[in-house]
Design a protein around this ligand. Structure first.
Ligand code: AMP
Ligand code: MG
Length: 491
């Protein structure tokens, strides 16, 4: 990669080949006196940049929105959506600007988007900016999710500025560079449906099929096939979220990726003390997006998408058929993931009962989700000192002890081998996740211009399944002060 003419590396976006009604061309609003806050070494390397290049003025300018781009012409896309179950009408990229496309080593073309790059025609009352706090959270979590093996948009860099923007209190702003094969959302389809624009609806569906689901072209009803694919991916994604205790926080249809990727990180959270009703978003007072609700809401969202695609698919029966793949796909994926998390080979009624009982005990004891499964990964067929690590997470040690007896009976029945099982379990039960308090420490340091903790966290979370004994404290239970941390929609 040459160090000059960086913007020339960007290809015109595929998205810009859509009709003009899909977007507005505009330049990012320059971020005053930008500086590098963080770069993801992994994302940079995959996109054939060297992390050092991000210290250069040219990179800082391009990835803070301070470079005039022409061509390709940057753009903001229009979409609509249901927010908290209610039709919200037109939304759109209110602060994200698509610079163009880039092709990483994998060969999969990605869109390069600047989030927080200034107002657009879709900003409504917003200022078009993102604060440093939420930018750090999005950066760290999207890269952490990728390392966990969960489909997600990526983050390349954060550029900061001393420019203040007003939230609950004044905060400094930043621009995150996000990467994704596409940022098209369920709400992009809803937009044309609710605006009674069948031509654009069809154009969008054909575009999505051509570029992302070409296999649907061969089907009798390509639009039904498309809905089936999206429904299946959504179900699989939410099963994967559940298996690491991830909660999105704002599963509105404008935040749901048509590629089944985790998108638009805001008030997300990872489950710590287990409570199936845990709500990670302080703004979500009804608990619509509580942990145990997320699978249902995923299905609800596919219904919202289906409503928009009904005119293309043609009949309610065919649309319903596509939606019906959700429960089976979700349950199969979920059972399979949790079976592996317990190190079991078979999904049979005994093993399912074992998992249900474990959840009951985790719920009653508020056991830490990540530590419970990671501790299980260290157990041996025979009782030894490793049992203590697990039992210590449960106040009711006796009930957990009983559970362990049943668990070992199941392992014995399967003739489970210690080393083989431990290896497999450690590769599915992460040791390191982005706990809220870890992000908070990195944010507080960054607000004092010390960006070292972001780098450190990004490096540790890049290997979530590795022991990394020198970083043990990053896998520990959260400190008491973390209990009072609240994450809201404010970003
Ligand atoms: P979110 O809930 O963060 O996904 O945002 C919902 C909608 O509000 C999207 O259309 C965003 O682009 C828009 N939005 C959120 N924050 C801002 C902001 N500070 N300025 C402009 N638009 C925003
Ligand atoms: Mg959004």
């Amino acid at each position: 990669m040459q160090t000059s003419g960086l913007h020339q590396v960007l290809l015109p976006s595929q998205f810009s080949s859509l009709p003009a009604s899909f977007f507005t061309n505009l330049q990012p609003t320059p971020l005053p006196s930008p500086y590098l806050v963080a770069v993801s070494d992994q994302a940079a390397t995959e996109f054939q940049f060297s992390p050092e290049q991000f210290q250069e003025q040219e990179f800082i300018h391009v990835f803070s929105g301070n470079q005039h781009n022409s061509p390709p012409e940057p753009l903001a896309a229009v979409y609509s959506g249901h927010q908290f179950g209610v039709w919200a009408g037109q939304l759109g990229d209110g602060r994200a600007i698509l610079l163009g496309d880039a092709i990483p080593k994998s060969g999969v073309r990605h869109e390069v988007q600047l989030k927080g790059a200034g107002p657009t025609p879709y900003s409504r009352s917003g200022d078009g900016r993102a604060v440093l706090r939420s930018s750090i959270r999005e950066f760290l979590c999207s890269e952490a999710m990728h390392a966990l093996g969960i489909p997600t948009s990526r983050a390349l860099s954060i550029m900061g500025s001393d420019q203040y923007v007003m939230r609950e209190t004044p905060e400094t702003s930043a621009v995150v560079t996000r990467l994704s094969p596409s940022f098209i959302r369920f709400g992009s389809f809803e937009h044309w449906y609710y605006n009674n624009r069948p031509d654009e609806l069809k154009t969008l569906a054909d575009f999505v099929i051509t570029h992302y689901f070409p296999q649907c072209q061969q089907e009798d009803n390509p639009y039904q096939a498309l809905l089936t694919c999206i429904t299946r991916r959504t179900a699989a994604l939410i099963a994967q979220w559940q298996a690491v205790g991830f909660m999105h926080g704002v599963m509105n249809t404008d935040n749901m990726s048509i590629l089944g990727l985790t998108l638009d990180y805001g008030p997300f959270g990872f489950m710590e003390a287990y409570d199936e009703r845990h709500i990670c978003n302080h703004t979500d007072q009804q608990g619509r997006y509580a942990y145990h609700m997320q699978p249902r809401i995923g299905h609800w969202n596919t219904h919202a998408l289906a409503q928009a695609m009904l005119p293309l698919i043609g009949s309610i029966e065919e649309t319903q058929q596509a939606l019906d793949v959700y429960p089976t796909e979700f349950e199969n994926r979920r059972q399979d993931l949790f079976r592996q998390k317990l190190g079991l080979r078979h999904t049979d009624p005994d093993n399912t009962a074992l998992l249900d009982r474990l959840f009951e005990l985790m719920q009653q004891n508020h056991a830490d989700f990540t530590l419970t499964f990671r501790s299980l990964s260290h157990l041996r067929n025979e009782t030894n000192h490793e049992d203590e690590r697990l039992l210590d997470l449960f106040i009711d040690r006796e009930s957990m002890h009983q559970w362990l007896i049943t668990y070992r009976e199941c392992l014995l029945l399967e003739k489970s081998q210690n080393e083989e099982r431990q290896f497999q379990m450690k590769s599915i039960n992460p040791k390191y996740i982005l706990r809220n308090y870890l992000a908070q420490i990195a944010i507080q340091k960054a607000q004092q211009k010390d960006f070292s903790e972001i780098k450190k966290l990004n490096t540790i979370l890049n290997h979530p399944y590795h022991e990394q004994p020198e970083h043990d404290q990053y896998a520990a239970l959260p400190p008491d002060w973390a209990e009072h941390l609240e994450v809201s929609c404010s970003s």
